[in-house]
Design a protein around this ligand. Structure first.
Ligand SMILES: Nc1nc2c(ncn2[C@@H]2O[C@H](COP(=O)(O)OP(=O)(O)OP(=O)(O)O)[C@@H](O)[C@H]2O)c(=O)[nH]1
Ligand SMILES: [Mg+2]
Length: 441
């Protein structure tokens, strides 16, 4: 059943001052009445202090509830939010009481899913809710809020509307093929479609850096053994995450850590030094390093200051986008290019953070107003489909061209945009989007 009452704790488990429980669906108010002493759904959206009771009437807590009669609620259904005291016992006992009173445990993301099905949010906004919760760097939160406010949705809806309009003009061509001059000549329709296609291309171009922004850019610290990779990694994180010794080959397993550089999300990976290792275990470490190198958004190539760069090292820089850093700059000052850093004194670390962030997020940084961008693979594949369909439509929009075929491709393109917005009810798409949500959201 889609609208049966569901309940879940919306806050994380553990010791806390307060916890929030959500209850939503048809019959939610009846369920609430069995648990909340003196429950009333009117006046709506007013905080009321009340006693919460278990199935046998035993007191659980004294807290606050707010009733949101549908459709003016997050889910669009009748919804009640209960604030109780936190901790391990009270919230779970209160939730159990709601379940005993007729609500079913909610599946992950089920509240937001209902919000989408009831037209309170579109799919892009629902994804933004998830992104906002998962955000670890300020810029991720800012992007998510913009998407939640409908920036991207609005942009796509405008494009979809233009395509629907083009389709209407094309139907005239189809219905009256003999008319030489329809209301709008095919060339003009073609120009409109070309304009939409250009905007789609522009959005698709934002995808790599925006996806990187959502997931964090992968920065791989690489170089020969003992050059100071782990020390630099630790210094940037401000904690002793990786082991450091004077023995070459200290790091074997790649170690990953999340951080942000000036607010931009990064995933740092400290790898085993690259060398011709005689021992099997070291060889395995080197293999893992190579895999990370291949996936890196930016390689932080570490070479000691004052030393000539070897062929092995320039080979890495040729293969992948790299930032050359000269480590242990406190020991030697020599000729040589690259960014001088010292894990010991902290020299050059801020410069490294800034340069790396600029390199991996260059096009995002330049967008001062942070235009809407495609933050997920799902967005990119749908828009690529739209782009292909529009490209296929254009050749049929010449004088005497096949308006039927053009119309078919334009419809394909607008369907791709509809799917992106969640305007079509595709259960499979919903399943994919909500698979990673937390319960209670
Ligand atoms: N003076 C000085 N010594 C450093 C600096 N960075 C690292 N070292 C020293 O260099 C040695 C190797 O440092 P690590 O950070 O373990 O080097 P690594 O590149 O991770 O080495 P492997 O894991 O073996 O590949 C240690 O003795 C560190 O104390 C630095 O900035 N200044
Ligand atoms: Mg190391």
């Amino acid at each position: 059943m889609l609208s049966d009452p569901i309940a879940a704790i919306a806050t994380p488990a553990g010791r806390s001052a307060l916890a929030v429980i959500r209850l939503s669906g048809e019959g939610a108010f009846e369920v609430a009445r069995r648990v909340i002493a003196g429950f009333r759904s009117h006046p709506p959206r007013k905080a009321t202090v009340a006693s919460f009771r278990g199935p046998e009437g035993q007191p659980i807590d004294r807290g606050v509830y707010i009733a949101y009669p549908g459709p003016h609620s997050y889910t669009g259904e009748d919804l009640v939010e209960l604030s109780c005291h936190g901790g391990l016992l009270v919230p779970s006992r209160l939730l159990a009481a709601l379940h005993a009173a007729g609500a079913r445990p909610a599946a992950p993301g089920e509240f937001t899913r209902r919000a989408v099905l009831n037209g309170k949010l579109d799919l892009l906004q629902a994804e933004a809710v998830g992104d906002l919760i998962d955000a670890t760097a300020p810029i991720q939160a800012a992007t998510a809020i913009r998407q939640l406010e409908g920036g991207l949705s609005q942009r796509l809806r405008t494009l979809r509307d233009s395509l629907v309009e083009a389709q209407a003009l094309l139907s005239y061509e189809i219905d009256f093929p003999e008319e030489d001059d329809g209301p709008v000549p095919p060339q003009q329709i073609a120009a409109r479609i070309e304009a939409v296609a250009a905007q789609v291309r522009h959005l698709v171009a934002t995808a790599p850096s925006a996806e990187r922004l959502r997931e964090g850019a992968l920065l791989v610290f690489a170089g020969r053994p003992n050059v100071g990779k782990s020390s630099l990694f630790n210094a940037l994180l401000g904690s002793q995450r990786a082991l450091v010794t004077e023995v070459p080959g200290t790091t074997r397993d790649t170690i990953e850590a999340h951080s942000d550089f000036l607010g931009w999300p990064v995933r740092l990976a400290d790898t085993a030094g690259l060398w011709q290792a005689p021992e099997r275990i070291d060889q395995l470490g080197v293999e893992v390093s190579r895999r990370y190198l291949a996936a890196a958004d930016l390689v932080v190539l570490c070479v000691e200051a004052g030393r000539a760069i070897g062929e092995d090292e320039s080979a890495i820089a040729r293969e992948r986008p790299s930032l050359l850093v000269r480590t242990k700059a406190d020991l030697t000052r020599g000729p040589g290019d690259g960014l001088a850093v010292s894990a010991l004194t902290g020299e050059g670390l801020d410069q490294l953070r800034r340069t790396a962030a600029e390199r991996v997020f260059s096009d995002r940084i330049n967008l001062a107003d942070l235009e809407p961008a495609l933050t997920r693979e799902r967005h990119r594949t749908a828009l690529l489909r739209a782009q292909e369909a529009l490209t296929a439509a254009l050749p049929h929009l010449t004088p005497g061209g096949e308006a039927v075929l053009a119309s078919h491709h334009v419809r394909e393109a607008s369907a791709a945009l509809d799917e992106l917005l969640g305007a079509v009810d595709v259960e499979e798409v919903l399943d994919r989007v909500f698979a990673s949500f937390c319960v209670g959201k």
